[in-house]
Design a protein around this ligand. Structure first.
Ligand SMILES: Cc1cc2nc3c(=O)[nH]c(=O)nc-3n(C[C@H](O)[C@H](O)[C@H](O)COP(=O)(O)OP(=O)(O)OC[C@H]3O[C@@H](n4cnc5c(N)ncnc54)[C@H](O)[C@@H]3O)c2cc1C
Length: 511
């Protein structure tokens, strides 16, 4: 059922068993799970069914840290949320991403990767992905011409990514949501405040406002915030009527630990022509399901080097770049010079004789995990939006560990590819200069994570392992804002899996 909140009489009261705030990837994935259940579900979406400029303006905000995309462009504010312009790159987090790593302060999830596996498998069809298979060997079994690079698995491995069409949740699931008699979708229904009871132990209602000046109230037994990482934090911080720091914020954690994936060109690879057959697996797509391999370091090497997780894609260079490549295997003098450099820790020499043909040339694009950092955060700006809500202010910050990890990753990768005779890696200059500012090519992946992090201890996290806000009996959070660490994989597959897990938990709770 679909109702435009602007058509309701002012002061309407909406009631249900479960109220989901936000109809993006997380909110719609959850709502679909409840279709046909005996429970009434409210799905409150701030935007309309399609893009509207005035709605999108509610997302405008300040950015005061490292250069970042304009906040109103980095997310979408209508039914379907930011899946209206996501790119569809999907992969799973690795088991090491869930571990407490003593060299990564604040790392460690209260759940393990195996606990998410069944939910990852359920998330695959929602995102219109292929089978739940992310091993290079799974894909090679299906197509023997897909041959991963011959890397020592103790050092490096091929991480598989799959590509969603990309699923636009708004278009793909609109009909199913609207046809569901027990799911009541309200559009133009912006939640501006969560109202807690006097003892601050539960939520007793939500203030819902429309741009044409109406104000309604929503009441439910359980509430789920699924508004995306920046909005989830903004809404909790702005719900400060009874407690000045905002709800769920007894330990000043809401909005902190904002994380991105650091996406940045980092180097080049000249792949030996004898390895040309391997490039198919790393090309943009293969097989019936679009997928590709990227290069990653083993968990053992991450531990040994005390670095963050990352993966690297191979973006083919043009023929002229091959001609200009300074890596070509050449004269004995050049090889001797390379060996000299290798003795000082640079990439290792090719084990094979220099090939006669020019190497295949690739740009290396890194997606690296960002170290969780309490100083990297979402705050409230003094400026207010058209609904009188304080706008979001983003202070994105990185640490020395983020920087050092790039260099260590590429040094290991260069040595491994050189040792195997697979190719040679050249780092871009900035990578080797740890002390310099980040280069102008620094960017995030448009992935917002971490502002309501998960931890069993309320002093260290905003939500518990079931995504319930500590201290509030009936308030939950869905989406990447609950990630304590973000790994190197893009966030959406995991956030859908985590939302399905939350949905199962709420079904048991409401049973
Ligand atoms: C250009 C771009 C490319 C991307 N590419 C990828 C990719 O390749 N792979 C990947 O994994 N991820 C990608 N992402 C990220 C991906 O889009 C997000 O991870 C995902 O959409 C987040 O889902 P969500 O449900 O948490 O938030 P959203 O999808 O943003 O949904 C939040 C919903 O809440 C609503 N809402 C907000 N505030 C309120 C309120 N106060 N009241 C009511 N409703 C509200 C919004 O209107 C929206 O519908 C990309 C993002 C961008 C911008």
């Amino acid at each position: 059922m679909h109702i435009d909140a602007r058509t309701l009489p002012n002061g309407s009261v909406l009631e249900a068993d479960l109220c989901i705030v936000g109809a993006g990837a997380a909110g719609i994935s959850m709502a679909l799970e409840w279709i046909g259940s005996r429970h009434k579900v409210l799905l409150l979406e701030g935007g309309g069914l399609d893009y509207e400029t005035a709605m999108q303006d509610l997302y405008r905000g300040e950015s005061v840290g490292l250069p970042y995309y304009p906040l109103q462009a980095a997310r979408l504010h209508y039914f379907g949320g930011t899946t209206g312009h996501w790119a569809g790159f999907c992969s799973t987090l690795d088991p090491i991403d869930f571990e407490k790593r003593e060299w990564v302060p604040h790392s460690g999830w209260p759940i393990r990767r195996e606990q998410l596996d069944p939910f990852y498998a359920r998330a695959q069809p929602l995102l219109e992905l292929g089978p739940y298979e992310y091993g290079a060997d799974d894909w090679q079994r299906r197509d023997p011409t897909l041959v991963p690079l011959p890397l020592d698995p103790r050092v490096m491995w091929t991480k598989i990514w799959q590509f969603s069409p990309p699923t636009r949740f708004g278009a793909r699931y609109r009909a199913a949501v609207i046809a569901a008699p027990n799911v009541h979708l309200y559009t133009h229904a912006n939640v501006c405040e969560l109202v807690a009871n006097e003892s601050l132990q539960s939520i007793e209602g939500l203030r819902v406002r429309t741009l044409d000046g109406k104000e309604h109230r929503a009441r439910a037994r359980y509430y789920v915030l699924a508004c995306c990482s920046i909005q989830n934090a903004r809404l909790l911080l702005a719900s400060n009527r009874r407690t000045p720091a905002g709800l769920g914020n007894a330990y000043d954690l809401v909005g902190r630990f904002f994380m991105e994936h650091i996406e940045i060109p980092t180097g080049n690879l000249a792949l030996a022509p004898s390895h040309a057959a391997h490039t198919k697996m790393y090309a943009l797509e293969f097989g019936r399901t679009k997928a590709r391999g990227e290069l990653a370091l083993s968990a053992a090497v991450q531990r040994e080097q005390r670095i963050l997780n990352a993966t690297v894609s191979l973006e083919p260079g043009g023929p002229d770049e091959v001609a200009q490549s300074t890596f070509q295997w050449g004269t004995p003098d050049r090889l001797a010079a390379m060996r000299e450099r290798d003795a000082h820790g640079d990439a290792g020499p090719p084990a094979e004789p220099p090939p006669a043909r020019a190497p295949l040339f690739f740009h290396l694009m890194t997606r690296q995990e960002q170290a969780p950092n309490p100083a990297s955060r979402v705050l409230l700006s003094p400026e207010r939006d058209a609904l009188d809500m304080p706008r979001a202010k983003l202070d994105w910050r990185l640490t020395a560990l983020d920087r050092r990890s790039f260099r260590a990753f590429y040094e290991v990768m260069g040595r491994e590819l050189g040792r195997r005779g697979a190719g040679r890696v050249r780092l871009l200059d900035w990578v080797t200069r740890d002390e310099d500012p980040w280069p102008s090519t620094l960017s995030g992946g448009w992935h917002h994570m971490g502002t309501t992090r998960m931890h069993e201890n309320p002093r260290l996290g905003v939500v518990d392992a079931n995504c319930r806000v500590h201290g509030l009996g009936n308030l939950y959070v869905a989406g990447a804002s609950v990630y304590p660490t973000g790994g190197a994989a893009n966030p959406t597959l995991t956030l859908v899996a985590v939302s399905l897990r939350l949905s199962d938990h709420l079904k048991r709770t409401l049973a």
